[in-house]
Design a binder for this molecule. Structure first.
Ligand SMILES: NC(=O)c1ccc[n+]([C@@H]2O[C@H](COP(=O)([O-])OP(=O)(O)OC[C@H]3O[C@@H](n4cnc5c(N)ncnc54)[C@H](O)[C@@H]3O)[C@@H](O)[C@H]2O)c1
Length: 340
């Protein structure tokens, strides 16, 4: 993977050192329009400020992250460490469910940071509109993730348009809510609805992975032997499913369950597999819920006591892509929410 992401001629940003950083904060060099975490003075000021402790410095948007290992510059697209320089510019991603919510936020984030993205979503989705917003760096392919032909077609389009595939982000999913037995109606859970939930959320995710790895395997590997990353979306319902969530929880627990064996299967090819288990995020999926229910859900999140935003999900996607030691694991992203 890093043959594309590693700079041939790394733009090395000099690590300024703690005194220089303090000086720059004082002289406001690091201020305009940014927020930064400088790990030396133990202070946090969002938007225009900084947080300082012992390891380095983070400046988003136009700035840099400086640690003992090096420096990451987002706009200029450069990560410098002992291993070299990682440049998100040009990364090619395929995002399922990319027409809406978490998937759309991820596609936008990757493109904003120099990537190119193929959005895969249902023909009835807003995929075309979402891809249009990504200008020349995005494409939409109508895909039902449960269909082999659709996914193969999306992979072919990825190669035709962008030449390769580095990262898959599986976000396509549906939610089903029903008790196993409705006493009033003397009605058991509709088996077709259960099967459809497993089909889309679990089998659809696996279908995309199994077909995409052949293409990712063709990438040249970096110094670590890495060729690409697969990121799946589970849910906290995989661990603390609520009443009515039997189908949804089972589908999401299946994704958690296959994460480690898939990472082991793909280790030889240098492809990492990581799953994100989001708590409650503000997307069309949850927008459909009554406002009162949303308020109750927010109140149940210890901190921050609100729904997450798609760009916060995308930030974790970015971290997973950038950190080669993350593999075979499910990461909760939930503000410490534990559903009852
Ligand atoms: N929003 C949350 O709070 C939350 C929490 C936990 C997990 N999740 C999971 O995150 C993922 C994204 O959810 P979201 O909130 O962005 O929902 P969303 O409804 O906004 O987006 C889901 C997308 O998946 C697409 N999709 C559905 N079935 C598909 C299929 N068969 N083939 C291709 N695309 C299909 C939809 O068209 C839609 O664009 C889902 O897997 C969901 O289960 C969401």
């Amino acid at each position: 993977m890093s043959s594309y992401l590693l700079c041939d001629q790394p733009k090395v940003v000099q690590e300024p050192g703690p005194d220089k950083i303090k000086e720059e904060i004082k002289s406001k060099v690091l201020r305009p329009g940014l927020w930064c975490c400088l790990l030396y003075a133990r202070c946090w000021m969002s938007e225009a400020g900084c947080w300082v402790s012992e390891a380095g410095c983070w400046v988003s948007e136009a700035g840099c992250w400086v640690s003992e290992a090096g420096c990451w510059v987002s706009e200029a697209g450069c990560w410098v460490s002992e291993a070299g320089c990682w440049v998100p510019l040009g990364l090619v991603g395929l995002v399922t469910g990319g027409a809406s919510g978490l998937g759309r936020g991820t596609a936008e984030h990757l493109v904003k940071h120099g990537g190119r993205v193929v959005i895969c979503d249902l023909p009835s989705s807003k995929g075309r509109e979402a891809a249009k917003q990504l200008a020349g760096n995005g494409a939409f392919v109508p895909v039902d993730v449960t269909s082999e032909d659709d996914v193969k077609n999306a992979l072919q389009t990825t190669v035709d348009k962008f030449g390769r595939l580095d990262v898959v982000v599986n976000c396509a999913g549906i939610i089903t809510a029903s008790r196993v037995y409705n006493v009033k109606k003397d009605q058991p859970f509709d088996l077709k609805a259960f099967q459809r939930t497993i089909d889309v959320n679990l089998i659809g995710t696996f279908n995309v992975i199994r077909l995409a790895v052949g293409l990712i395997s063709k990438n040249a590997s970096d110094g670590d032997g890495q060729r690409g990353v697969i990121i799946n979306t589970s849910s906290v319902a995989a661990f603390d499913g609520q009443i009515g969530q039997a189908a949804y929880s089972a589908s999401k627990a299946g994704i958690v369950g296959m994460t480690l064996p898939l990472a082991r299967d793909l280790a030889k090819q240098g492809i990492r597999v990581v799953t994100i288990a989001p708590g409650m995020f503000r997307t069309p999926l949850v927008d459909a819920m009554p406002e009162k229910v949303l308020r109750e859900l927010e109140a149940g999140v210890p901190f921050p006591s609100r729904l997450g935003q798609p760009h916060e999900f995308a930030l974790l996607v970015q971290s997973i892509i950038q950190n080669p030691m993350l593999n075979g694991e499910t990461i909760r992203l939930d503000g410490a929410l534990r559903m009852q």
